[in-house]
Design a protein around this ligand. Sequence first.
Ligand code: GDP
Ligand code: GDP
Length: 482
Amino acid sequence: MTDDRTATGDLDGGAQFADGTWSDETDWEIGEFDDESGDEGAVALPTLAVVGRPNVGKSTLVNRIIGRREAVVQDVPGVTRDRVSYEGNWNGRRFMVQDTGGWEPDAKGLQQSVARQAEHAMQTADAILVVVDAVVGATATDEAVARVLRRSKAPVLLAANKVDDERGEAEAASLWSLGLGEPYPVSAVHGRGTGDLLDKVLEALPEAPREGTAAAGPRRVALVGKPNVGKSSLLNKLAGDERSVVHNVAGTTVDPVDSIVELGGRPWRFVDTAGLRRKVSHASGAEFYASLRTRGALEAAEVAILLIDASEPITEQDLRVLSMVADAGRALVLAFNKWDLVDEDRRYQLEREIDRDLERVPWAQRVNISAHTGRAVQKLVPALDTALESWDKRISTGRLNTWLKEVVAATPPPMRGGRLPRILFATQAGTRPPTFVLFTTGFLEAGYRRFLERRLREEFGFDGSPVRISVRVREKRDRRKR
Ligand code: GDP
Ligand code: GDP
């Protein structure tokens, strides 16, 4: 069972997913049903961010943690290596590993660039693993990172890497000086000590992503959309004449990747606006890097504003970005930009395209704007608020099951294989996005699952947010018992 958060392919192509929000788990083992610690297919996973200066062995360690050789991302001059996440699994617990990437050729300095990664990790990760080269010892850059991380609310663990044998352990101990607690000696290359480190990591990592990441500051917005839809124009419009863009986050001196923009009287953090401004040319692989940027921004954000050029037909590229938002499980506002170019005929056409192409997100709110004239851009604020409220919403188990009972009594699921699947119980396993688990005695057909989602939305709202529902089938266990 893969976590749909990490599925990067085209969701519509996956037979298992009705609409990108469903997953099935039919392989129940005896006893698992009662075991609360059993893994939750659709539940958002906590994130471990791996930070540190270049060459300390971050990628090697990430590869060892995820057990694959994937974290190596091609370095292309002029293109930033973005943050990439992978799924890791240790002793049956699943989590995301975020490789914070490497150098920035246009960064003002290595120290700033690495400190910035650490800042970002503090805002988005649930635990942070900082990697230091124990052979080299603590450098000025390591110390700069440590200074940032000592303020972290998320737990921080220190890996003293390249301790390939016992002799290195003393060198590792000298890293206590960084003030980040006990340095764990490891050898990413040989695997020495990495198991113990992972035990510690999992002790520190919460079961689910931190709820409080929003409390840590302004809500985080990603501006996404294919090239030339007007992302930079919108950011500039929202930011006015740049004066409302606060480039320095209070209390830090790091070079920001994000912009704080005041909208509706409150600050909002537009994530990775540095990446937005750094236009990737039409060189080979440009689209790949644009999509990496989008993925990175979505990962850091809570809500996405997906810009669509209303003056032109909706394209495959728009839908690809939409898929990325859905995969990331972020709240969503659809902004139809360039409305100043839309006439009566085009408006009619657009409605038909929306019906045809955007049917997978009927819950998304739509705002028609013009980044050029400023038309209706302030309407983005209530739309963002609604979407985030839905994204954070939690329905109590009692309310949920009262509702479910009524719905199922009125409209039972269709028979399968001569049997009527019973829906036993539902629970909201998580928020951000709202994630529900249905426990059933049999497979629920896609049509019925969509029906349930529709009714769930009618009853409880969730405008602007995806909702995930996974079905857990108890069939096997019952059969074995008999
Ligand atoms: P990153 O830039 O921090 O991602 O570092 P890499 O993972 O690319 O590693 C940088 C270099 O250090 C590579 O040549 C690795 O082979 C080497 N390296 C990484 N981990 C270890 C280790 O545990 N022991 C030794 N001896 N070398 C290592
Ligand atoms: P990005 O690649 O998504 O950041 O797009 P840009 O902000 O660079 O905009 C691409 C082009 O579309 C520029 O020539 C903008 O002036 C133009 N543009 C952006 N928004 C609007 C709009 O609302 N109306 C019109 N007419 N043009 C726009």
